[in-house]
Structures are given as C-alpha cells and as structure tokens.
Design a protein. Structure first.
Length: 529
C-alpha cells in the first residue's frame, strides 16, 4: 500500500503526532493492535452464546460509514444518504431484549424510522423504539462518518453509556478500516468485520492472488502494478500471449462500483516488434475511462497512488456479471448467503447500478463451488464478516464459464436488500439449488437498485414518499410477502434519488413492481409544481 493511500485510512491521532518519538509510536501501535485482537477474540464467546439466543440481552452498534477513497466517493450522488441503507438492521429489534444504536452524519427523519419499525413482526413500534438509540454527528461534510465520530469525544462517551453493562455488544460497519478499528477500541467492543490489516486481500491485486492460489479461473492479467510503464508492459504481454485480444481492462486496486476502471482498445495494433511503440503512441487515444471527470493523466496519477491490475477484457455474446455474497463467522465457518446478477451500465458495462436476486437459475448453484474455495482460503488468512465475490460469466455452446474478478471485503449494494428480504420473510437461500424460500416455503425474487433518479421527484420529503406509496399500494405487504421496500429516502428531496427493493413471487413480478414504482414516482413528482 502506498503512503498516500495509507494516510487516507489512518485515524486523526496518527496523522497529527509528528513530534512523538518513533519508538513510542511503534509501541502505541502494538498496544492498539493487541487491544483490538483481544476484543475480536472475545467475539467468539459472544457468537457462541448470545447470537443463537433470541432472548439474549445484546446491543448492536451500527456505524454505516462508507470509509472509502474520498475522490471516488464524491462521484456517488448523495453519498451521505447511503448511510440509511443499513437501517435494515433495525429489523433486529424483533428480538425483544436486543438494543440497536444507530449513528449517522445527519439526523434521520422520524417518519423513516417509523416506516421501518412498523414492519417488525410480533413487536409493537413503541416497544422497539424504546430499544433504539439514534445518534447523529450533525455534520454533512465530505469526510467519512467514522472520522466524524472519532472527532467527537462526547459522542463516543454517549455511545458507550448507551450500551448496558450486562449486554453482549458488537460493532457493525459498512467496511472496516483503521478508523473503524480505532472506534472499536475506544468503545471496547468487537467489530463484525474484517481486520484492516487484511485489507490487501480485497484489492484487485490481492483478489487475483487468492483466485490463483485456489485454482479458480480468473481473466489472464497482471497484478501489483504501480506505474504507467507497468501498465504498458502488461498490455504488451497480454497481446503477445493472445494476438486476438481486442481489449484489456485497467483497474485501480481500490476502485469502487467500476469508477476506478478504464478500457484499453488495441484497435488491431500489430503484434510485431513495434507493438510497444504503438501502445505508447496511442495510449491516451485508445484509453476509455469509466469515471466521467478523469482524463488519462489524472487516471494514471490516481493509479500510481493506489496501484492496480491489467487483465484481458472477457468477450462474449451472452455475458453476465453475477456476484456471490459470503460470510465467515467468528468460529471460522463459511456460508454462501446469496447470489445476484449485477446490472451494469456504460459503454463497456463497468458501472454497477442494480441487482437481480437470485442469480440466473442456469448457473446460480454452480457458483457455490468456486465461492466456497475462495471463502475457505480467506478463512486461513483470518478474514471475518460479510464479503462478496464478483464474477464474469460467459455462455459458450450451452455451457457457462465463470471468471472470478474481484473480492469485496465489505458490505455492498447487495447486502441490505438481502437482509431486508431475510428479515421480512424469515427465509433462507439454498446455495445448492440457487433458490430462496420463505419460512412458509414460498419462492421469492427481487429487483433492487440505489439509483431510482428523477428530477421531477426533487422536493419530495419522506412523508410525501410514504403517502404516495400507500395510496398506490406499493408498500411491502407482510400478508402477501410482496411489494416495495424503500431506502435512502432522505436523498429524494435534494437529489430526486431513492433506493428500492422490489420483492415478488417471480422475477417478472419483481420487475413489474419496479416499473410501477418508477412510473408512479415520475407522475407524482410532477405534481409538486
């Protein structure tokens, strides 16, 4: 990891202590690591005894911080409202002795909280609300939520005081960096997530190494690159190895939702001795960058800061991008939680925009084997918590071939939709069949996106959305176990943007709910003016 990238993941104290003697810094780091490791070890006992017991006294502290590269995150419209995606964790309040502490950058409207609490089965809203503590930093700045919390000592004390001494408690985050690690130490509770010391396993380079170690197919490529010269050399080697190769993908190690990617087109460049010179000469012209506001010079500068990979662009007339969501628990046990087909956009389909659950029935179950191999390898490194593995799948002569392309050691765009479905139906995904069944044995599907966007919806406040959804019978119906769940509701007024999980008895029913939702929001939004 480069020094520049490491700085973005260090807690404030570690950035503002240049006068401390180096040996003291080293001793402090060892002490902090030891404290964190002890907290994580204590999680094993908690997982064995408190987790399986529905009536156990426990507290979950939810910090939905997207602690990611700030420049890439700034490209995400309304990213501060993505903190609301994890409000699905409020469904844990269905356990009568469970308490949830949820922290956000800015306050969440009570209408939104009530919207979630009314879905709790067997629990009244008033009973659940007594066990819910909502806290806010009252800070809409662009730094991550966890950084904001670390800057507020009184808020940290308030969080600690809100955790009953007799409760088993742990921290839940979107991703775990040095900031979240430091927060766990200050709160003196373990975190259900991967130690940031293992962060490299979730980079593009680290992912390729894991795939190679377990013998899972991955596109031909080169990893651990750090310069433009490395990129050019890799492009030369890939073309020489496969003269028919038309394109290659250049990926920053820490790119997010495809925004750290670029496509290089060979445009029939000769494989003779002048290939390198041709690539150098036409590099900028033949490079197509996914992110809108990066030119080739800025892309390379960012790449050199992060490092990255170059790999062959997988061609195919019938090509999909499935994702497998996995979990490693504190006992080192692995689960295949779900599969999704990712809906990608852009000229080269590099940007994640939506997901379909479960993945295509032709191959969903086939993804279990490579995903399990990868998950077991990650266990050997000490990985903990939820993560996903992205694939590219190509159909050739009625057979699907799957290429693993990325490990995301964090929650993602498919985490909260599946949690909502699981909480609402008490159902389970069967990795051997690739199907999901509710507790009553009914099959369910969904279409989900964080990107329902319409300028006509700007100005709709949370109460407006709930009114519209009720009038048009869009809201999730527990009796039928179908309907629409909304998230990121606060983003609607400012950005005309909201997230949805459209649950149906068939893939077609789920898509129909989505189409109806978009149509109604467009129509109702226009009536504002």
């Amino acid at each position: 990891m480069s020094l520049g990238l490491m700085k973005s993941y260090l807690p404030p104290k570690m950035l503002t202590a240049p006068t401390i003697h180096p040996h003291k810094i080293q001793l402090a780091a060892i002490k902090e690591t030891s404290a964190f490791n002890n907290l994580q070890k204590s999680f094993i006992h908690q997982f064995k005894h408190a987790f399986p017991d529905r009536l156990a006294a426990k507290t979950i502290v939810v910090v939905p911080s997207l602690t990611l590269d700030r420049e890439i995150l700034d490209k995400l419209t309304g990213h501060i409202y993505y903190e609301e995606r994890m409000l699905c964790m409020l469904m844990l309040l269905r356990m009568p002795n469970t308490q949830v502490i949820y922290i956000t950058s800015i306050p969440v409207d009570q209408v939104i909280i009530d919207y979630y609490l009314h879905l709790l089965p067997g629990i009244t809203g008033s009973h659940a609300s007594k066990r819910l503590t909502m806290l806010s930093c009252y800070d809409s700045s662009s730094i991550s939520l966890t950084e904001k919390i670390l800057q507020r000592k009184r808020l940290i004390k308030r969080i600690k005081k809100s955790i009953p001494t007799d409760h088993a408690a742990h921290l839940v985050c979107f991703n775990v960096t040095a900031f979240e690690k430091r927060l766990a130490e200050l709160l003196e509770i373990p975190v259900y997530g991967c130690d940031p010391d293992l962060y490299c396993l979730g980079t593009k380079s680290g992912s390729r190494k894991v795939f190679q170690d377990v013998g899972v197919d991955t596109p031909p490529g080169r990893e651990n690159l750090s310069s433009k010269e490395d990129i050019i050399q890799s492009l030369v080697e890939l073309k020489m190895e496969n003269p028919s190769l038309k394109k290659a993908v250049i990926k920053m190690n820490d790119g997010f939702s495809g925004d750290g990617n670029a496509i290089f087109s060979y445009n029939n460049l000769s494989t003779e001795k002048d290939l390198r010179n041709n690539i150098v000469q036409f590099f900028d012209r033949n490079l197509k960058i996914v992110a809108n506001n990066l030119n080739p010079q800025l892309f390379i500068k960012k790449f050199e800061l992060m490092g990255g990979i170059v790999e062959a662009f997988i061609e195919g007339e019938i090509k999909t991008s499935p994702s497998v969501q996995c979990r490693i628990n504190p006992l080192g046990e692995t689960d295949i939680i779900s599969t999704h087909d990712q809906v990608l956009k852009g000229d080269e389909q590099q940007i994640f925009t939506a997901a379909i659950f479960p993945a295509n029935s032709e191959y969903a179950a086939d993804l279990t084997s490579p995903a399990t191999k990868i998950a077991k390898q990650l266990v050997s490194y000490g990985v903990l918590g939820r993560f996903s593995i992205d694939f590219i799948s190509v159909k050739e002569k009625d057979q699907w071939k799957h290429y693993a392309i990325e490990i995301n050691l964090r929650k993602g765009g498919t985490t909260h939709p599946y949690l909502m479905l699981q909480f609402l139906t008490d159902g389970h995904y069967n990795p051997d069949t690739g199907k999901f069944f509710t507790a009553t044995g009914q099959e369910r599907f969904y279409f989900t996106t964080d990107n329902v966007i319409s300028n006509s919806c700007k100005g709709l406040i949370p109460a407006d959305l709930i009114d519209i959804a009720m009038v048009h019978n869009l809201l999730y119906d527990g009796t039928r176990q179908e309907g629409v769940m909304f998230h990121m509701i606060s983003a609607l007024s400012q950005f005309g943007k909201v997230g949805v999980v459209c649950i149906g008895r068939s893939p077609e029913a789920a898509r129909d709910f989505f189409a109806k939702t978009v149509e109604i929001l467009e129509s109702e939004g226009k009536e504002i003016f």
